[in-house]
Design a binder for this molecule. Sequence first.
Ligand code: IPM
Ligand code: MG
Length: 357
Amino acid sequence: MKIAILPGDGIGPEIIDQAVRVLGALDERFEMETAPVGGAGYIAHGHPLPDATLKLAMQADAVLFGAVGDWQFDTLERPLRPEQAILGLRRELKLFANLRPAILYPELAGASSLKPEVVSGLDILIVRELTGDIYFGKPRGMRIAVDGPFIGEREGFDTMRYAETEIRRIAHVAFQAARRRGKRLTSVDKANVLETFQFWKEIVTEVHAEYPDVALDHMYVDNAAMQLVRAPKKFDVIVTGNMFGDILSDAAAMLTGSIGMLPSASLDANGKGLYEPSHGSAPDIAGKGVANPLATILSAAMMLRYSLNRPAQAERIEAAVKQVLAQGLRTPDIHETGTTLVGTREMGDAVVKALAV
Ligand code: IPM
Ligand code: MG
């Protein structure tokens, strides 16, 4: 089993280091190879997704990814910006299914900005389509408008589109996930305005016929945003398109008060995947040794479960993370009075130690 390790920018290298140490503390050895990506890829090879990095990611059984992006690259032209690395990996590896769990650990109930009774016990899963929608639709660009009320003016444009196969396959992933959990699926769309999502709704409804044991409901995205902060525990699994999923998953992550805790998986049709924390590269705290490595460590656990077929090892890591939280160890992002403030490396140490017992 070979794992491609892509640390990236900002806090990426620090948090990946801890996840690699945790993987190294398991009974089984995995082959790991590291390559630069994002701004680090641009500095090393002049491109955010260097050929050798893409090749490694394609050969490996799974990819463990840190984070990309840093202000110093914001002035580069779009194809050279760090974000293109993750978009390119999603496209080239055909990682169409993005699983973003939002779980509130009981020990962290106080970290949420919502009242504890609204969020305690929260356990929802967002299934975001990841390789279609307005993110990848063509044509796109900037041009002189040839029609509409502002004819002759400069305009920017993108294309929102979903093919039937794209909707069907993500719907299957979501129904199957719901079947393994609370058996409720909410499909989020904007069918009242957009043709793309009228079509989405129709296809998801068709796929539902194959999953009579799962309850399906449909919700407009604006309402879903409201319900997520009003009564988030009413959701079980949410399935939605690429852009709505981008927005709703950040909101869902923050319900837990600690985006530093949340892992994610991006899977292809065969279970190969890229695993990354839900948070970004946080350049403001990079190199200070204060970033929370737990989202990355939990992403490594998801990798063991979904791509490497090592569910028992995944559970061991998850149990070790629960244990360090129960011990009261907290990085600054989740720190409250009465708990013990630790840095990135100490948190990694504690998880490694918890694994040993
Ligand atoms: C995410 C990020 C990415 C996205 C960016 C970095 C391209 O926000 O993974 O949610 O928009 O998908
Ligand atoms: Mg996002």
